[in-house]
Design a protein around this ligand. Structure first.
Ligand SMILES: [Zn+2]
Length: 273
């Protein structure tokens, strides 16, 4: 009986989130990009470059293609940053609205609102791109945790070797070539934030957590999830401040919630340059 009730509760949760996801996805469209922003391509992945300041920041959305809302968030961010003349003097922003294009189009074509929005997480080779970084912990097969307190786990394929996937190769080369030292990865929908051991990362993540009202995930907690070959680990090894943001819902842009956090961390970074 207890088992049945908890099963029912879980189902109701899925339905509630599914209905919310369905409506928010219909209401919140991806914003149009102002035409005067220069648009470049690397290996078919688009990025936008805004500003010409000395501090470089990269924002990456949809490393998991099913996280539709992160693409909308990136477009809102691009439009907002483009109007911020002061910030453009201090920073150079690189924004990749959709790193996993294959997964993203799968998710758009098969929106599984009522099953946790899982379709489209992987790329065309069925690889979880956030387990494909060339790091000491890389394994061909690893774990993906989800659900309440990340209590549910599934095995995921991580590629034949670390950095085997074109999306990850391109991203790594890009970060290295541009000498970028601060990287934001937008995910959803865990409503939490986490950094790596880099001092700046820890500082910014805590600030983000406070402003967006997202839970701060400590390194100890993260270690317990047993993830391998992640962007977090790669950034740590390569001395890049890593900021991972798990937004509040799968399908919506989350801009209202995250805007003030982004504004605050940019202000903080301008002060500490
Ligand atoms: Zn994700």
């Amino acid at each position: 009986m207890i088992f049945k009730i908890s099963f029912l509760k879980k189902k109701i949760g899925y339905i509630k989130r599914g209905l919310f996801g369905f409506f928010i996805n219909k209401i919140e469209k991806t914003s149009k990009i102002n035409k005067n922003i220069k648009k470049n391509i690397f290996e078919e992945i688009e990025y936008f470059e805004i500003g010409n300041g000395s501090q470089k920041i990269i924002f990456i959305s949809a490393i998991h293609g099913n996280e539709i809302g992160t693409v909308k968030l990136a477009y809102s961010l691009i439009n907002w940053l483009n109007g911020k003349e002061e910030l453009k003097k201090t920073f150079t922003f690189y924004i990749i609205p959709c790193l996993n294009k294959e997964g993203y189009s799968q998710a758009l074509n098969n929106p599984d609102y009522f099953n946790g929005g899982k379709i489209g997480r992987f790329n065309d080779n069925n690889v979880d791109l956030n387990r494909n970084f060339p790091t000491p912990s890389f394994k061909k097969e690893s774990i993906y945790s989800f659900g309440k307190n990340y209590g549910e786990k599934e095995l995921v394929y991580c590629g034949e070797y670390g950095g085997s996937e074109p999306e990850i190769k391109a991203l790594i080369n890009f970060i290295k070539n541009k000498n970028i030292k601060v990287a934001y990865f937008f995910h959803n929908a865990g409503k939490d934030v986490m950094g790596n051991k880099n001092y700046l990362s820890q500082k910014l993540v805590k600030l983000y957590s406070k402003k967006a009202g997202f839970r701060f995930v400590s390194d100890e907690e993260w270690q317990k999830m047993g993830q391998t070959g992640t962007a977090k680990e790669w950034c740590e090894i390569n001395n890049v401040a890593y900021i991972e943001i798990e937004g509040s819902n799968r399908w919506g842009n989350d801009w209202k919630i995250q805007k003030k956090a982004i504004e605050t961390i940019l202000k903080e970074m301008s002060l500490t340059k």
